[in-house]
Design a protein around this ligand. Structure first.
Ligand code: ATP
Ligand code: MG
Length: 420
């Protein structure tokens, strides 16, 4: 019989990888606290309509990347491909933004049926923040500064920040028309994807990678010229706040983001160190999403970052992470293990990490296991020690003499030895 393997693009995280994940997750949690964000956890599965209506049915995600299935009740359900739609749904459903503002963060697995490759998986993890209820450039600036602090605290260098503004619904509608008119005149030069998008999502043509299309776009109308003065002011104010915070950025007028719900400020943090998968973190404003989903008119802004890509960057650049620390390894060579077990539990009561050797075996083998565990101390109880009520204490990482300790003193002696 053939062994069953994991699903393509869905990875196991093994114990030696988890240590790095824990470190990054701890930094992320700590930073959310520094900025006063609260955690939200939403289900992994939602009704399909939530994503088709929020993300937009002409987007890559909805067109080809969603894991959608019918459950026994014939309802169409989807594994979440991202978390903004779910967060907004939960906030509306539980009245979290009724007459108030809220800063939220989330972390967890997302699912997209893409072609698996380095930095691109079918189950991957995102960390994200969402600030609901603030309209101004001050909160846009905060969201971008959170990202910058994350890179700083994880000691990641060389990320570049691109920003743009998509303007309001109103200016974008006028611009969309002008862009459609411009491209319609050149329709015989467009590729198949662009032709399809011409009437469904013309703005997405701007980020088409085809060089011929980029050439045509050089003379295309520019969104900035369609924006009202307060929309421009919002963006200028964000830029000057970033200047004052010493955050370097590039304005990229072609940055449109793949999801329909964006409006106003959009941004992306990129790296050139991960090959083709260069985007680490992306976000922006989605001022109309909450109203469109049936909530009150509430402005909002957020970002999502890919943890696999982030952790690969940390591994490439960061210091090696220490493996989980074990303080003591219990070795018992007698016929009973009760005394050793009691000592181990007492040591744990004092906050130590203790591994008990299970399964018996010769002293030599047990010491080998103790060494492999990374423990600092081995506590050895043979028949002679048992008869005289003592335990042998052996240093595994330092050249120090082994010595005998009365059973009743062993907890205190371990603590003393480990802190000296
Ligand atoms: P890309 O252009 O790489 O497909 P995207 O625009 O689809 O990214 P977003 O929806 O903005 O990505 O998600 C935010 C972040 O999540 C990305 O910047 C990336 O770091 C990460 N991400 C997205 N899709 C994947 C995936 N399939 N595997 C791993 N990480 C991903
Ligand atoms: Mg994508």
């Amino acid at each position: 019989m053939k062994n069953i393997q994991s699903v393509r693009g869905m990875n196991d995280l093994l114990p030696d990888q988890i240590v790095g994940w824990h470190r990054v997750e701890a930094v992320l949690r700590d930073i959310t606290q520094k900025y006063g964000y609260q955690e939200i956890r939403t289900p992994m599965v939602e009704k399909t309509a939530l994503f088709t209506q929020s993300i937009g049915d002409q987007t890559d995600i909805v067109e080809k990347e969603m894991y959608t299935f019918r459950d026994a009740g014939e309802e169409s359900l989807t594994l979440r491909p991202e978390s903004t739609a779910s967060t907004v749904r939960a906030c509306i459903q539980h009245g979290l933004i009724h007459n108030r503002q809220i800063r939220l963060w989330y972390m967890g697995p997302m699912f997209r049926r893409e072609r698996p490759q380095r930095g691109r998986y079918r189950q991957f993890h995102q960390f994200g923040v969402e600030a609901l209820g603030w309209p101004g450039p001050d909160i846009d600036s905060e969201i971008i500064r959170i990202g910058e602090r994350i890179w700083r605290e994880l000691e990641i260098n060389g990320l570049t920040l691109e920003i743009n503004t998509l303007g309001s619904e109103r200016s974008r509608t006028a611009y969309r028309q002008a862009l459609t008119d411009f491209l319609t005149e050149k329709r015989d030069q467009l590729d198949e994807v662009s032709l399809r998008r011409l009437h469904t999502n013309p703005l997405r043509i701007l980020d088409n990678k085809n060089l011929q299309i980029q050439e045509i776009l050089k003379d295309a109308p520019v969104l900035h010229n369609f924006m009202l003065s307060d929309e421009r002011k919002h963006f200028e104010s964000l830029c000057s706040s970033l200047d004052r915070s010493d955050i370097t950025y590039q304005i990229n007028p072609k940055l449109v983001r793949g999801l329909d719900y964006y409006s106003g400020t959009v941004f992306e943090w990129k790296t050139d160190q991960l090959g083709a998968q260069s985007a680490i973190c992306a976000g922006g404003r989605y001022d109309k999403l909450i109203e469109n989903r049936g909530g009150r008119d509430t402005p909002a802004v957020g970002f999502a970052m890919g943890l696999e890509r982030l952790i690969e960057l940390v591994t490439l650049q960061g210091e090696p992470v220490e493996i989980q620390s074990i303080h003591a390894y219990m070795i018992d060579l007698t016929d009973s293990f009760e005394i050793t077990t009691q000592i181990a539990e007492k040591l744990r009561d004092q906050g130590l990490n203790v591994v008990e050797h299970c399964g018996k075996g010769k002293l030599k083998n047990q010491l080998k296991k103790a060494d492999q565990s990374g423990a600092l101390l081995a506590l050895i109880r043979g028949q002679d020690e048992a008869d005289s009520g003592i335990i042998q204490l052996k240093h595994l990482r330092e050249e120090k003499p082994q010595f005998n300790v009365p059973v009743e003193d062993i907890v205190g002696q371990c603590l003393k030895t480990l802190t000296s």
